[in-house]
Design a binder for this molecule. Structure first.
Ligand code: DP6
Length: 325
């Protein structure tokens, strides 16, 4: 039996990965820090058999040729490690919109990596599993460990992700205001490639590297004001880099800006809430558990907000209870 099922969650970065030091190995230009999002998840079953080619079904639909190739290339890495030439049937399901800037590639490649390695009998240590997931999608390396995770870049240009605090360390909430769940027009792959063409890129990479220790400390001390300031600034800088790249990439819409302004107003009026935005128009609003319901209610009442998802710190990638069937 060469079959296994794994579950992984996406993550939201407070300091973003945007641009590479080594594109082929998905080594980022700067360290990043994120939180695993518990209630969003991807569940992936990998079943290796004698087939002519890999078959990939995502959310019940046969994957596009480009998506299938990306999955197959990742399976090739696992096959090479295990010394196998079996092809696989891959079935992946997410409980949230894929490709809408909710880091679906992170949960997808984290779950795929754990399921595929287990199915071929490999029992990799966490660090190796995370490094392998990174080759599928950079941010996936931050969805292998649980809780609050730092993805470090080392002087020899290697990169590793490790948990800096478990999920129960801090009841931080991410209230995600969905203003669009359509598939994003420009993939983050193109964004990473284009980043160095922005004159702001070098300055952001330097700033993100300098801010990483303060971000880690804010998490360790459960200091939302410090974390929020760092997260908002880096999100705006990442998008400033995207908007000034060649060609320019605009992920924000009018609705994005409306939510950003509302969050700033609420905060000025005393509600401790901060925002960050990934490679899409949706807004992640960070607050503590005590203010979660209020933030969710206010976001839901804003025009243009279709839905509000609420996530707390989640665990790392895991095999499903019924993982071999
Ligand atoms: C904006 O991990 O999706 O979410 O390595 O090309 O798969 P690839 O990129 P990806 O980039 C994530 C970009 C981001 C910021 C972040 O999560 O750090």
């Amino acid at each position: 039996m060469h079959r296994a099922t794994a579950i992984a969650h996406p993550n939201i970065a407070f300091i973003k990965y945007w641009g590479h030091a080594d594109a082929a190995l998905h080594v980022p230009a700067n360290p990043s820090i994120s939180m695993v999002l518990d209630c969003l998840q991807t569940r992936t079953t990998v079943d290796f058999r004698v087939l002519r080619k890999d078959e990939v079904i995502i959310d019940g639909i046969t994957a596009s040729p480009a998506a299938r190739t990306r999955v197959s290339e990742h399976l090739d890495r696992v096959r090479a490690l295990a010394g196998s030439d079996l092809r696989a049937r891959v079935r992946s399901e997410s409980n949230f919109a894929v490709g809408a800037g909710l880091a679906s590639s992170a949960s997808a490649f984290a779950a795929l990596t754990l399921a595929a390695t287990t199915a071929l009998g490999l029992d990799l240590p966490l660090q190796q599993l995370s490094a392998l997931a990174r080759l599928g999608s950079g941010s996936a390396c931050r969805s292998i460990p649980g809780g609050f995770v730092e993805w470090m870049v080392h002087p020899d240009r290697s990169a590793t992700a490790r948990s800096i605090a478990p999920p129960e360390h801090w009841a931080l909430c991410d209230c995600i205001a969905l203003v669009s769940t359509r598939h994003k027009k420009v993939s983050s792959i193109r964004g990473h490639e284009a980043a160095p063409s922005s004159p702001l890129h070098t300055a952001r990479v330097r700033d993100a590297t300098l801010q990483a220790p303060a971000c880690r400390q804010a998490i360790e001390r459960r200091n939302l004001a410090a974390l929020g300031r760092i997260a908002e600034r880096d999100a705006v800088m990442m998008h400033a880099v995207a908007m000034t790249s060649a060609p320019p990439i605009y992920y924000w819409t009018a609705e994005t800006m409306r939510v950003v302004r509302a969050v700033i107003e609420w905060r000025e009026a005393g509600l401790p809430v901060y925002y960050t935005i990934d490679a899409g128009p949706n807004i992640h609003c960070l607050c503590e558990a005590a203010h979660r319901d209020e933030v969710q209610r206010r976001l839901a009442s804003l025009p243009g907000v279709e839905q509000v998802l609420v996530a707390c710190p989640g665990g790392g990638a895991q095999l499903a209870d019924d993982h071999v069937s």
